[in-house]
Write a protein that binds this ligand. Sequence first.
Ligand code: GTP
Ligand code: MG
Length: 257
Amino acid sequence: MDTYIIVGLPAYNEEDAISKVLDRLLFLRDIYGDGFRILAVNDGSTDNTEAILKEYKKKYDFIDYINHKGNQGLGRAIYTLFYHVIHKYGKGDVLITLDADNTHNPEIIPYMVDKLKKEKLDVVIASRFAEGGKELGLSLKRKILSRGAAAFLKLFFSIENVRDYSCGFRAYDVDYLDAAIRAYGGNLITSRGFECMAEILARFSKLGVRAGEYPLVLEYNLKKGESKMKIIRTILGYFKLPLKVKKPKARRGEVYE
Ligand SMILES: Nc1nc2c(ncn2[C@@H]2O[C@H](COP(=O)(O)OP(=O)(O)OP(=O)(O)O)[C@@H](O)[C@H]2O)c(=O)[nH]1
Ligand SMILES: [Mg+2]
């Protein structure tokens, strides 16, 4: 059976970075051949993001994108990506998500996929806090935010081997993702903002998940545009998670058997 490696890119006004990201992803075609796909979600960008995606789609048959009518936020962009992927792909396939702002180095993707497969994990997180991970060019304020968020979330949603709750660079087992979405009756992601990344792990933790981390060197020094992260809104989003994330209808074992 063929297996697919799908790279999912949420993108909102990323005209400065998206072509660099797509170029940096092309080497994966040589590794995974026909099983390699790139799927971007253009989240109502008002700049040239869509024009760039269109150009790449024309040139490469393994690149495609979906348009949101208006800007709906990162949570919705990831939700669109997940839904598309679970309907089109299945057992043995892997979805990798990463930011389209060129701060996530795609070179570690094959290592993340290997780890997921060899250790039979459900999710592998590219982690700034794993040994060997680093953050280049990130402000102190942002460093405190990601560490504070991780400490807070670990209290309520502890997952063995997981230290980085907010990074969007992850490899998911598509079959697990499908089971998790079904267990929550479709509501795996209810947050619209950046806290959706933590919400996904919070819900996984209640369901039961086999997770691992691979060290990430966050290349924030390569970021061209302004940061779009809304800090206060994101912090409030984290605080709401312990109230809204409850055990799903079915536990992991019941979903699988
Ligand atoms: N900011 C923002 N990003 C979105 C949205 N929808 C999709 N995205 C994409 O989500 C990813 C994460 O956004 P980033 O702005 O890089 O978020 P971050 O890495 O937490 O913070 P900064 O890099 O400091 O902005 C990027 O690929 C965005 O293009 C949205 O509504 N707002
Ligand atoms: Mg970013």
